[in-house]
Design a protein. Sequence first.
Length: 163
Amino acid sequence: MKKYSVICAGLLLAVAFTSCGSSEKAYRKMYEKSQAADAANANKEQPSEEVAVVTPVVEKPATETVVVDNSDNVPVRQGKYSVVSGAGLKDFSVVVGSFSVQANAEGMQGQLKNKGYEAQVAYDSATRMYRVVASTFATKNEAVQSRNQLRVQYPDAWLLYNN
């Protein structure tokens, strides 16, 4: 039985080595075919590349440049506020500070008044926050201009619409 299994294993190995071997002839045939295809592609006429036409740049003097401030795109927060300290709010106000403690809001109001602003403190009962209003206006355009000026010193200034 041992002899039989050794002979079978030897035959299987012999068949495996002879059937899997690749011949040099097959490799040479594929190489020659590839070389012929490359030569055929090289002889073909190459398509001409299109040249993109670029229009010349016309420079305008800086005096013709117009900058338009679009205040319609400025975000505005809405809410119902009651004035705690100050003359009263118009439709659009510029808020420069928010505090949960009234004394802190009144401290900032005093600083703004010393700088010449007619600052006010308004209370938002929904959020329980005291808002320090630096200026208040009837139109949005005026409020946007004031907010832009105040953002130099108060970068987080925002607009409030009092309904």
